[in-house]
Design a protein around this ligand. Structure first.
Ligand SMILES: Nc1ncnc2c1ncn2[C@@H]1O[C@H](COP(=O)(O)OP(=O)(O)OP(=O)(O)O)[C@@H](O)[C@H]1O
Ligand SMILES: [Mg+2]
Length: 416
């Protein structure tokens, strides 16, 4: 029997993907019952540039996923990414309300709220506040301080912000379609939820989602999300380079790119493209030109930019697990070798995990952030009419590796 639906809408630069999952009462697993991916219109580098076009493609994708699931989608988690994303780590301190007694839920809410009090330009909006570590009377490394005794409570949080205009535009798209927005989720964060292992996060790892128009980066150190960013370059740039380099149309270039990643396993001096029957009548191309000169130079540039972000984060020496690359762009031919060479760390491909059901199509790096949306929703979904009594369940859920979007909403309900 269906207990509750969890839906996600992943608004990407190349595709809009809608996913519907249930947690059945029989099994504890999250089961996918509806899925659709439709090509995206009106999105550039993660930013909505044409609301009507985006609304049209989201509507198409949602309707198809609804039909497959046999359920109407009335609310959904929605991804947001692109270079307008920024992050910072903020510290909050409060005096414990009743120092003779135990630290209460209210103290935790107050300290998180204190950490949220950052100065932010009016064009940016906080979308995520994740506690990384609680500190009680100077003792750090505490996951849940409720019930401990102390006089001073501190918290280290990771805060992600996004462009207010873009968030408003996404809200417009959803409200025009009569869908309630249950929360914005940074696409890099949702990808990392579906592809990273706990061990990787604990050792220190960089999750990289190379999409069509942008690349999202999330760095975990000591199990906690510590840096988030998004750079305006993606796999579509590789297609452009192939089009320019071989003088073919973008359509033909895209076909060649996909063909290479699926069919060229061994590097030979010449690549036979005759099976593609592209209108430009190219039947053969040299590997050196296509792979080394065109594709690898762009990959090299993408990894250089990723490397710059890792350096900028200040965590370059804290990520021995290396890079887990995902997103459609991670399927580009030769990417692992180039990545290892440029970054000097291990690089593996990340496939989404943690789900069952209609999953064959979904277990693809392109849908890492799509699957992550329902994992996020499942972890943080609060019952309607939540009260303080649910707080303990919530705080238990937010181990240091988990985001607390819902805590944020919860705080909003109770803090004037
Ligand atoms: N098998 C493949 N080989 C090479 N590239 C691929 C393959 N499959 C998909 N891609 C590329 O991945 C890109 C799309 O990736 P993805 O679906 O993750 O993007 P998106 O989520 O729509 O965009 P973004 O996250 O940047 O807003 C396209 O450029 C596509 O060409
Ligand atoms: Mg994406």
């Amino acid at each position: 029997m269906v207990e509750k639906l969890i839906c996600g809408i992943d608004i990407g630069s190349s595709k809009i993907a809608t996913i519907v999952a249930v947690r059945s009462t029989q099994s504890q697993e999250l089961q996918i019952i509806g899925f659709n991916s439709t090509s995206s219109r009106g999105v550039r580098r993660g930013l909505i540039v044409d609301i009507d076009e985006v609304t049209g493609s989201v509507e198409e994708s949602v309707e198809r996923a609804e039909r497959m699931a046999g359920h109407k989608i009335s609310s959904a988690y929605v991804s947001v990414g692109g270079p307008h994303i920024s992050s910072l780590n903020s510290h909050g301190i409060v005096a414990v309300g009743n120092p003779t007694a135990e630290i209460a839920e209210d103290d935790v809410l107050r300290v998180i709220e204190a950490a949220r009090a950052i100065s932010l330009s009016s064009s940016q909006h906080i979308i995520e506040v994740i506690p990384r570590d609680f500190i009680v009377d100077g003792q750090s490394g505490i996951k849940n301080p409720v019930g401990m005794s102390g006089v001073r409570l501190e918290v280290d949080t990771h805060i992600i912000t996004a462009s207010s205009t873009n968030l408003k535009n996404i809200d417009r798209v959803l409200s025009d379609l009569g869908i309630k927005n249950q929360g914005f989720v940074f696409s890099g964060l949702s990808s990392s939820l579906s592809v990273l292992t706990t061990t990787e996060k604990e050792l220190g790892v960089v999750a990289v989602d190379i999409g069509g128009g942008k690349t999202d980066i999330c760095i975990y150190v000591d199990g906690s999300l510590s840096y988030s960013s998004s750079i305006p370059i993606g796999a579509r740039h590789i297609t452009n380079d192939i089009a320019v380099g071989l003088r073919v149309s973008l359509d033909s270039a895209e076909k060649i790119k996909l063909f290479l990643s699926k069919n060229v396993k061994k590097k030979l001096p010449k690549i036979d493209l005759s099976a593609l029957k592209i209108p430009e009548n190219i039947s053969e191309v040299s590997s050196k030109t296509l792979i080394d000169e065109i594709i690898n130079s762009r990959l090299y540039e993408i990894f250089k930019l990723i490397f710059e972000q890792i350096e900028k984060s200040g965590f370059a020496t804290n990520v021995p697990s290396g890079l887990v690359i995902t997103g459609g762009g991670s399927l580009t031919t030769g990417i692992l070798e180039t990545g290892k060479k440029v970054i000097g760390l291990p690089v593996r491909l990340g496939f989404p995990t943690g789900i069952t059901g209609l999953i064959d199509e979904v277990i693809d790096p392109q849908y890492a952030s799509t699957v992550g949306l329902i994992l996020y929703g499942e972890r943080f979904k609060m019952e309607e009419g939540v009260g303080f009594k649910n707080f303990n369940r919530l705080i238990k859920d937010f181990s240091l590796t988990t985001p607390v979007k819902k805590i944020k909403d919860f705080i909003k309900q109770f803090i004037p």
